[in-house]
Design a protein around this ligand. Structure first.
Ligand code: KIV
Ligand code: ZN
Length: 544
């Protein structure tokens, strides 16, 4: 990569901070956040609209699904670097190189643990052995991907690594061809002053030989603070995820880091990002909907309450001048706050324009489907809001059958009766490969009874039944006629891998029973896709 003026990466050079988004790799490692290849591609498209610099698309050696996701994103996304993660051990870097070859700008991310606790207990290696492996695989990657590729090296658990060894390790990998060295605070242990000092020492040691990157986890709620401290200390790449998704308590969140740099621009004149911040809300909503990880209402920047003012004094101030209580505008993160009325007479073009404002660039069949659904919804509820429209657009993405496959399971019809004693009886017709199968079920409520009926319909055919792991329901917008969005997580009863084997389904309807059934059937479709090797969550990894 050339380091000319305007390129991110060199300490003190004018130019933006490089935003390395790892939602599709570290974010997807959050238990239960698994995405199919098609869903990962959709997130990658939104990351392109956001204008991040690097998309870490996955861990190619981890599973065939992850390999395919990285390779397809490498092939299909332009104008952005695509990264894949690999351990410094035989097999991983080769898979990483293979997956990244179609990329316009390949970025291989190699890592090995460097702290004594990881070396002794996890890798059973000495420091010198780890250093030799790192140098070997960095040199391999440089040769395999060529002079212009970005080769990043991460010292896992860097913040708990003995500093002299860490510096020696970074120096050695830069000599072997690494162009970025990353300092992960893998277990979220660091505090800002300490992490800033460590970053300064790395920046000083590698000089202009490599971009210094940082990667912070949020175990102590300090990921964003540590990231900002590192930027102040000279880091020129930040590794972040949408909504702070990630292992355990998550990673530093893209929206917080980017908006901190932008809102305090006088402190960060040289360190702005190229992110189109108006795309943040759409990205947040998409990732939340696809992973099923609901954003907490008081989450900075993208929480439902981030721009809501409850107390009279605050409301009064904001009405007089928004700057009294708002340090950034809702519009700057893509919240329009407007309301759209969609009715029978609404035009397709108007709906397309509104979708565009909300971050959805739809045309052709995709636009038709959302337009028809919006007009149909306008028959059922008084007002179709921005939230409703975005939910319809997301629903089209999440429940589209995986490319090249027809639906393996669909709902033919259902009836249910329930009473105030709590008992319910239901029956369903399930279409399996187009063939109807009828079954009945009982339960402690209508949804329970109908899920039981679906289980009874599929079990004789597959030899397993779905096990409900999680069920969530929330209203998409306000009002008694609001649409309910249901998320279901389910796994197969015969799956030994209870955590990685879950599939997520979403349903959307003004009728919550219909939304629940839609979500359950969508999760089942994914579980069946796994059997067929299609559309499976890319996160189903062999153990690493
Ligand atoms: O947290 C971590 O250490 C990582 C590395 C692989 C960069 O995710
Ligand atoms: Zn991480």
């Amino acid at each position: 990569m050339s380091r000319g003026s305007g390129d991110p990466g060199v300490r003190g050079a004018a130019g933006p901070i490089r935003i390395f988004d790892t939602t599709l790799r570290d974010g997807e490692q959050a238990p239960g956040a698994g995405l199919t290849v098609a869903e990962k591609l959709e997130v990658a498209r939104q990351l392109v609209r956001l204008n991040v610099d690097v998309i870490e698309a996955g861990f190619p050696a981890a599973s065939p699904g992850d390999f395919e996701a990285v390779q397809r994103i490498a092939k299909e996304t332009k104008g952005v670097a695509v990264a894949g993660l690999a351990r410094c051990r035989d097999g991983d870097p080769q898979r990483g190189v293979e997956a990244l070859l179609p990329a316009e700008r390949p970025h291989l991310h190699l890592f090995i643990a460097s702290s004594d606790i990881h070396l002794k207990h996890k890798l059973k290696m000495t420091r010198e052995e780890a250093l030799a492996a790192a140098v070997h695989w960095v040199a391999y990657a440089r040769k395999a991907l060529g002079r212009d590729a970005e080769i990043e090296f991460s010292a896992e658990d860097a913040s708990r690594t003995e500093t002299d060894f860490l510096l020696r390790l970074y120096e050695a990998v830069v000599d072997a061809g690494a162009t970025t060295v990353n300092i992960p605070d893998t277990v979220g242990y660091a505090i800002p002053s300490e992490f800033g000092d460590l970053t300064s020492r790395v920046v000083e040691r590698v000089g202009s030989g490599a971009v210094v990157s940082i990667h912070c986890h949020n175990d102590l709620g300090l990921a964003t603070a540590n990231t900002i401290a590192a930027v102040q200390a000279g880091a020129r790449q930040v590794e972040v995820t949408i909504n702070g998704l990630g292992e355990r308590a998550g990673n530093a969140s893209l929206e917080e880091v980017v908006m901190a740099l932008r809102t305090r621009a006088t402190l960060f004149e040289l360190e702005q990002s190229r992110v189109q911040t108006e795309q943040i809300t759409a990205a947040s909503r998409l990732v939340s909907n696809l992973t099923g990880f609901v954003v907490q209402p008081n989450k900075a920047i993208v929480g439902r309450n981030a721009f809501a003012h409850e107390s009279g004094i605050h409301q009064d101030g904001v009405l007089k001048n928004p700057l009294t209580y708002e340090i950034m505008t809702p519009q700057s993160v893509g919240l329009s706050g407007s309301r759209l009325s969609v009715g029978k007479l609404s035009g397709r073009r108007g709906v397309q324009g509104k979708l565009k404002e909300l971050g959805y660039d739809l045309e052709g069949d995709a636009l038709d489907a959302v337009y028809k659904a919006a007009v149909a919804l306008a028959d059922e509820k008084k007002e179709v809001t921005d939230e409703d429209l975005a939910a319809l657009a997301d629903q089209r993405l999440v429940e589209a059958p995986a490319e090249g496959s027809a639906a393996r399971i669909a709902l033919g019809g259902w009836t249910v009766t329930s009473s105030d004693t709590g008992d319910a009886t239901g029956s369903v017709t399930v279409l399996l490969g187009g063939e109807p199968h009828k079954a009945a079920g009982t339960g402690n409520g209508p949804v329970d009874a109908l899920f039981g009926a679906i289980d009874a319909a599929v079990e004789p055919r597959f030899g397993w039944h779905p096990v409900l792991v999680d069920y969530e329901i929330r209203a998409v917008s306000a009002g008694e006629d609001a649409q309910g969005r249901v998320l279901v997580r389910a796994r197969r009863s015969n799956d030994p891998d209870a955590e990685q084997g879950t599939a997520t389904g979403h349903g959307l309807s003004t009728n919550i029973i219909a939304a629940s059934l839609e979500a359950y059937v969508a999760a089942l479709e994914k579980l069946l896709g796994e059997d067929a090797g299609i559309g499976a969550p890319a996160a189903r990894r062999r153990s690493l």
